[in-house]
Design a binder for this molecule. Structure first.
Ligand code: G6P
Length: 611
C-alpha cells in the first residue's frame, strides 16, 4: 500500500515521478503528492488520483532535477490534501514520503508535542519526520545520521524517502518491511516501490533489504546498515519489458490481464512441464522434494485471491499427494501461536510477494524451523527472498487491483508441484500422472476457448447489474472458485456477494433466496455434478435466478438455468483454471455497467504492505 517514487540526476524530475506514480497507483490512490528540490523545496499534493494532482499543479514551478512522489492508501488520517504526502518538517527544510505504519507514533507524537511541535496532519509519517528533524537539530548531525538514530527508535514498517534543502541532489531512503527498488542509470538514480517507474531508463536495479539505508546521489549509491556499516549493493538485471505494464489496446488492465491468461499459463508451464517425457522440472521445488514428500502436513499461507488458490491446492495436494494440507489466512496465522515443527512445509502464495501479513507469517514459521516455499509472481520480492525455495508464477506484471491472471498462474504452479510430489511419492498412478500432464499442457488452449466463447457475458452483466446481492455456489474443486467469483464481484462492482459450498447453502444462505437473487453456480462436469444440479433445483424451487458456469455440451444442466457461461471439458483437478475465467469477466462487465473504476476499485490496494 502506498507507492513511492524518487529521482535524482540530470533530467527534469517531475515528469519521471508523475509517470512512475501512475504506474504505482495500483498501490493506493487516496491522494498524490510530489516534493521537488531546486534549492528550495516545492511540495504539491492533492486528495485523489495522480491526474488530480497534475491538474492542480498547472502553471506551478515544477523545475527540479531531484524529487520524490507518493501515491497514498490511507492508514492514519482520512484521505485529504492535508494528510497527503510528502510531509514537510516543522522547520520546513526536510520533506518525506512513507509507505508503511509507524506503530509507536503516538508516543513519539506526545514527546514532540511536549517539546512544542504542532502537526499539520493526522499521519504517523509527519510524526516520524519531525522526530528525525528534532534529532538532526539536537545532535547537530546530517540527515543520514538523524534517520539512522530515529529508525532505531521506531517500531512498525516503512519505506521512507527524504529530501533536505541542506543537501541538494541527495535522497535518503530506508526500508523495513515495505519494498524499495533503486534503478541505476548513468549519472542518475531512480527509486520506486517496484521497478515499473524506471523500466524505460535502466535495466539495472538493486532491491534494498530490511534495515538498510541508502544515500542516493546522481552519480553515487551508498548502502549502509543501521549500524552505519557499508553494504555492497547487489545489482540485478530486470527482465520486464515496458509493453508488459501498458494496456496494449485494452480499455482496462483487468480486461487485458483476463485475456492474457492463455499466454501467462503457457509461460508458467513453459520449460517446466514436458508431457511427452512425463517430467516436471522445478529446481526450487526439487531441492526440497524429499522434505515435502515426507512432510506430515503442508500449510498454505496467503491472503485474498491467493488464499483461494491455496484452497484449490488443498484439494489437489490431498488428492494427488495424500498429504494433510491446511490453508491459513496469513493475518490469523501470524497472531496466534501456531504449532509449527521443524521440517513442516509452508507454502506462501502471493502475487506481489510483499503482503505484510504473509511475509511476517513466513518469517515466524522460518524461525521455528519450517521449510518455506514461495509461490510468488513478482521476481525479487520480499516473500520470494525470504523463502528457502519455491517457484515463480511468471504471469508478468499484474496491474489491475483485482487479481486475475496471477490466480490462474498460481493454480498452474501449485498443480505442477502437487503432480511432481505425488509422482515421487508414488501416490499418483503412472497413467493418471501422464494423463494430467497432458491435460495441463492443454489448459492454455482451453482458456483461450473459454474467452472466445464469452461474448454473452456482457449482456448477462447488463441483465443482473442492479442486483443488491449475489450468491456464488460450488462444490469440491469449484468451491474455492465460487469464493473467488464472489470476491471478484465485490471488489469490482461493490455488489454484496457471498461464496458458499453448494450444499452448505441449505444451512443459512437459502433464506436469502427470492425472485431477485442471482445465484451463480460453478457447475462444470465433475464427480459432484449431480449434487450441484440438485442444489440448483432447490434454488429454482424458491424462484431464485440461476446463472451457471457449465461444461460445453451439457444441455440438461443448461435447460435448468436462467443463463449459462461455457467452459470446455477438463479434468476436475484442472477445472478451476477454466471456470474462474467467466466469473472474472462477469465481475468486470458488471463493474463497467455500474460505472465503477474496475482497475482501481475504491478503498482497495493491490499490494497490502500494512497489517
Ligand atoms: C490485495 C489485493 C488482492 C490480493 C491480496 C493478496 O487484497 O487486492 O488482489 O489477492 O491483496 O495479495 P498477494 O500479493 O499477497 O497475492
Amino acid at each position: 500500500m502506498c507507492g513511492i517514487v524518487g529521482y535524482t540526476g540530470t533530467r527534469e524530475a517531475y515528469p519521471i515521478i508523475i509517470k512512475g506514480l501512475k504506474r504505482l497507483e495500483y498501490r493506493g490512490y487516496d491522494s498524490t503528492g510530489v516534493a521537488l528540490l531546486n534549492g528550495k523545496l516545492n511540495v504539491y499534493k492533492k486528495k485523489g488520483k495522480v491526474a488530480d494532482l497534475e491538474e492542480a499543479v498547472l502553471g506551478k514551478n515544477l523545475h527540479a532535477h531531484t524529487g520524490i512522489g507518493h501515491t497514498r492508501w490511507a492508514t492514519h488520517g482520512e484521505p485529504s490534501d492535508r494528510n497527503a504526502h510528502p510531509h514537510q518538517s516543522a522547520g520546513g527544510k526536510i520533506a518525506m514520503i512513507h509507505n508503511g505504519i509507524i506503530e509507536n507514533y503516538l508516543q513519539l507524537k506526545q514527546d514532540l508535542s511536549n517539546k512544542g511541535y504542532t502537526f499539520q496532519s493526522d499521519t504517523d509519517t509527519e510524526v516520524l519526520l519531525n522526530f528525525i528533524e528534532e534529532i538532526k537539530k539536537n545532535n547537530q548531525c546530517n540527515l543520514e545520521e538523524a534517520v539512522r538514530i530515529a529508525l532505531k527508535r521506531v517500531t512498525g514498517a516503512y519505506v521512507i524517502l527524504l529530501l533536505d534543502e541542506d543537501d541538494p541532489g541527495t535522497i535518503i531512503a530506508a526500508r523495513k518491511g515495505s519494498p524499495l527498488v533503486i534503478g541505476i542509470g548513468k549519472g542518475e538514480h531512480f527509486l520506486g516501490s517496484d521497478a515499473s517507474p524506471m523500466l524505460e531508463y535502466t535495466k539495472e536495479v538493486v532491491y534494498v533489504n530490511d534495515y538498510e539505508l541508502a544515500i542516493v546521489k546522481p552519480d553515487e549509491l551508498i548502502l549502509k546498515n543501521l549500524g552505519n556499516e557499508r553494504v555492497t549493493p547487489y545489482i540485478q538485471k530486470l527482465d520486464i519489458e515496458l509493453a508488459a505494464i501498458e494496456k496494449g489496446g485494452y480499455e482496462h488492465f483487468m480486461l487485458k490481464e483476463i485475456h492474457e491468461q492463455p499466454q501467462t499459463i503457457y509461460d508458467c508451464l513453459r520449460g517446466r512441464l514436458d508431457a511427452m517425457e512425463g517430467t516436471i522440472t522445478m529446481s526450487g521445488i526439487q531441492q526440497y522434494a524429499e522434505q515435502i514428500v515426507n512432510a506430515n502436513r503442508i500449510v498454505m499461507i496467503a491472503c485474498g485471491t491467493s488464499w483461494h488458490a491455496g484452497l484449490v491446492a488443498e484439494y489437489i495436494f490431498e488428492e494427488l499427494c495424500r498429504i494433510n494440507v491446511e490453508v491459513e489466512y496469513a493475518s490469523e496465522f501470524r497472531y496466534r501461536n501456531p504449532v509449527v515443527h521443524k521440517g513442516d512445509v509452508i507454502i506462501a502464495i502471493s502475487q506481489s510477494g510483499e503482503t505484510a501479513d504473509t511475509l511476517v507469517a513466513i518469517e515466524k514459521a522460518k524461525e521455528k524451523g519450517a521449510i518455506i516455499l514461495g509461490v510468488v509472481n513478482v521476481v525479487g520480492s520480499s516473500i520470494a527472498r525470504t523463502s528457502h525455495g519455491g517457484a515463480y508464477t511468471h504471469a508478468g506484471p499484474e496491474i489491475g487491483v483485482a487479481s486475475t491472471k496471477a490466480f490462474t498462474a498460481q493454480l498452474a504452479v501449485l498443480t505442477m508441484i502437487a503432480l511432481k510430489i505425488g509422482y515421487i511419492k508414488g501416490t499418483i498412478e503412472e497413467e493418471r500422472y501422464r494423463y494430467l500432464l497432458k491435460e495441463l499442457q492443454e489448459i492454455p488452449e482451453k482458456v483461450a476457448w473459454t474467452l472466445n466463447h464469452s461474448d454473452n457475458i456482457k449482456a448477462l452483466a447488463e441483465k443482473y447489474k442492479d442486483a443488491h446481492d449475489f450468491l456464488y455456489l460450488g462444490r469440491g474443486y469449484n468451491f474455492p472458485v465460487a469464493l473467488e467469483g464472489a470476491l471478484k464481484l465485490k471488489e469490482i462492482s461493490y455488489i454484496h456477494a457471498e461464496g458458499y459450498p453448494a450444499a452448505e447453502m441449505k444451512h443459512g444462505p437459502i433464506a436469502l433466496v427470492d425472485d431477485k437473487l442471482p445465484v451463480v453456480f460453478v457447475a462444470t462436469k465433475d464427480a459432484y455434478h449431480e449434487k450441484v444440479v440438485s442444489n440448483m433445483q432447490e434454488i429454482k424451487a424458491r424462484k431464485g435466478k440461476v446463472i451457471a458456469v457449465i461444461t460445453e455440451g451439457d444441455e440438461s444442466t443448461k435447460a435448468i438455468c436462467d443463463d449459462v457461461m461455457l467452459v470446455p471439458e477438463a479434468d476436475e483437478i484442472l477445472a478451476p483454471m477454466l471456470s474462474v475465467v467467466p466469473l472474472q469477466l462477469l465481475a468486470y462487465y458488471i463493474g463497467i455497467a455500474r460505472g465503477c473504476d474496475v482497475d482501481k476499485p475504491r478503498n482497495l490496494a493491490k499490494s497490502v504492505t500494512v497489517e
